[in-house]
Design a protein around this ligand. Structure first.
Ligand code: UT7
Length: 349
């Protein structure tokens, strides 16, 4: 069976740099707290109106396609991962298809939050291996800055996230020395609510039964989205940070080792690990646990914050642009996030 390879990679970061210090305007926080707990110094925020998750995805995709030497007409499938889509529906995949004037190809939206890009790559890999498609565009993009609680109430979440996009073109490998060796996906929905954005949604869990009963048909839409939700701050992401942290530091090493063991390799064989940029402390813990040298792990959360589905392709692209990813290198991509979902991709560049 054919392996798949990354034929081109691109990233897009919006111009506006928001330093930790800048956030003090909105909330009670400090540069010291943010750096000490997360490693983040600054992040990028998209232009309020001119940029969307899709437009950033398009910008990254165009670079990836140019580097792969393929035109929009040659792309035969789109996979778009994001948790901050332009619309509740339809997803960003079709918006990118329209913006890039692509043919009437399939466009799949992936909703696996921080693991979205790793999940998307795994799907693309299967389609290439089976010979179904030849040029798959995989995009991870986020515009978090539009949906965060910038009051002190939301500070544990809002200081972390940043905007940006990354993309790759996936093609059949040219020989058996390169390409994706294996992908590994996992989930555990037991703690789905500890890192989540509940509204708008169809769950209605937070409505007490008596409140629920008083709703007539005309008001039922308010259970989906209402002024009360806004007033109570229920329209923003919620995270129990320490609980997520504890699970992440177990699952990251586990899924990286799973990928290495499946291929008869060890951490010492890795040229570069690109962990999802959730928190520098998590990445450092993973590095230590696996006994990796500094040169074997790439981090850039210091400059972009956590860009969820975009973080892995942005980091991989930046590492490649800096010459840290060379032909034949063994690279591991790994992610963990809301769901929980987590996964890894082991590849030869
Ligand atoms: O990418 C998706 C996956 N996400 C993750 O992997 C994130 C995992 N979790 C984390 O990275 C960390 O838990 C956080 C960075 C989110 C939080 O760091 P922490 O060391 O776990 O802090 P904490 O939530 O336990 O909060 C400690 C204190 C609290 O105050 P008290 O109760 O001790 O008085 C918070 O209210 O820090 C306070 N705090 C802040 N203070 C200043 C929370 N956020 C802030 C803030 N600035 N932004």
């Amino acid at each position: 069976m054919l392996r798949s390879r990354m034929a081109g990679i691109g990233k897009y970061l919006p111009e506006q740099i928001v330093r930790n210090q800048d956030l003090l305007r909105y909330m009670d926080t400090s540069d010291e707290w943010i750096q000490e707990r997360t490693g983040i110094q600054e992040r990028r925020y998209a232009h309020r109106t001119a940029e969307t998750t899709t437009t950033m995805g398009v910008a990254a995709a165009q670079i990836a396609m140019d580097r792969a030497g393929v035109t929009a007409a040659e792309i035969d499938f789109i996979i778009f991962a994001t948790l901050s889509p332009d619309y509740y529906f339809p997803g960003c995949g079709v918006l990118l298809q329209r913006a890039m004037k692509m043919k009437e190809i399939g466009a799949l939206d992936v909703r696996n939050q921080c693991s979205g890009f790793v999940y998307a790559l795994s799907i693309a890999d299967q389609y290439i291996r089976t010979g179904t498609y030849k040029n798959i565009l995989v995009v991870g993009a986020e515009k978090h800055s539009f949906g965060l609680d910038f009051s002190t109430r939301g500070r544990n979440v809002s200081v972390i996230f940043g905007d940006g996009a990354g993309a790759v073109v996936i093609q059949p490998a040219r020989n058996d020395q390169e390409g994706i060796l294996s992908t590994h996906l996992h989930s555990d929905g037991e703690s789905a609510e500890i890192l989540a954005m509940y509204n708008p949604g169809t769950h209605a869990n937070h409505w007490k039964q008596e409140e629920f009963a008083s709703f007539d048909d005309a008001a039922i839409g308010q259970m989906f989205f209402s002024h009360a939700m806004i007033d109570k701050g229920q329209v923003y992401p919620y995270m129990d940070g320490p609980a997520v942290f504890k699970k992440a530091i177990v699952k990251f090493p586990e899924v990286i080792l799973e990928a290495l063991e499946k291929n008869g390799l060890t951490p010492a064989d890795l040229n570069l690990l690109i962990p999802h940029q959730a928190n520098l402390r998590i990445a450092q813990f993973v590095q230590q646990k696996l006994g990796l040298q500094d040169s074997q792990v790439y981090n850039n959360i210091q400059y972009y914050g956590n860009t969820t589905a975009a973080s892995v392709p942005i980091a991989l692209c930046e590492a490649w642009e800096k010459g840290k990813v060379k032909e034949g290198d063994l690279i591991c991509l790994a992610a963990f996030g809301s769901g929980f979902t987590w996964g890894s991709v082991l590849l030869k560049w």
